[in-house]
Design a protein around this ligand. Structure first.
Ligand SMILES: [Zn+2]
Length: 203
């Protein structure tokens, strides 16, 4: 109906139609203003809300499973993360960069211990599931607890991959692939820079 009224070959121009077009233009302009305002309103509302709660499993530095807890998600501004983290770590954890293979601290580490999030200390992986993938990145066949990491679809660089991040603070950790060893056949390919290794203390 709208199309037929504004067809250029329609020679009939009358006041009624003009009025209709003016009204439509105002409506569109109004909608545009509303659309521009909406994100700001949403943002303002979000900042007043309490941080989102997440469920994680806590582990001791000895790798002992302690308890499942609900904690407020760690939310910081870009500037706060930038001040807290070295530049390379900031780029990897907060902007999904990837360290160059064989350059990280942990790809060739075989000590017993817990790998925690460099940003928030959430326990992420155990040396018990670490294996030598030959990729130059620390690789695990499972997280220390499924609750502690999140998987999301990543289509950057024209590839369909599954990105892995920290449940507690959203730090980008790496990707997970389905070419790992038994028993899961998964390969959590992580950046050393996203992790902080805590060795089991020997008595
Ligand atoms: Zn974290």
């Amino acid at each position: 109906m709208f199309e037929s009224e504004v067809k250029p070959d329609d020679g009939l121009v009358n006041l009624k139609r003009r009025a209709f077009l003016v009204t439509s233009a105002s409506a569109v302009a109004g909608l545009a203003v509303w659309s521009l305002r909406k994100p700001r309103l949403a943002q303002a509302t979000a900042s007043k809300e309490a941080p989102q709660e997440v469920t994680i499993v806590q582990f001791s530095d000895a790798g002992e499973r302690l308890r499942t807890v609900h904690v407020p998600k760690v939310v910081k501004t870009e500037d706060q993360w930038r001040r807290q983290l070295p530049a390379g770590v900031f780029d990897i954890t907060r902007h999904a960069d990837t360290e160059i293979a064989y350059t990280g601290k942990y790809w060739n580490l075989h000590d017993q211990g817990v790998y925690r999030c460099i940003c928030c200390d959430n326990a992420l992986f155990s040396s018990e599931t670490k294996f030598d993938s030959g990729t130059g990145w620390p690789s695990f066949w499972a997280p220390i607890a499924p609750e502690n990491v999140r998987s999301t679809t990543d289509t950057s660089y024209g590839m369909a991959r599954t990105a892995v991040s920290c449940t507690e603070c959203d730090a980008h950790l790496g990707h997970v692939f389905d070419d790992g060893p038994e028993p899961t056949r998964l390969r959590y390919c992580m950046n050393s820079a996203s992790l902080r290794f805590v060795a089991h203390k020997t008595a």
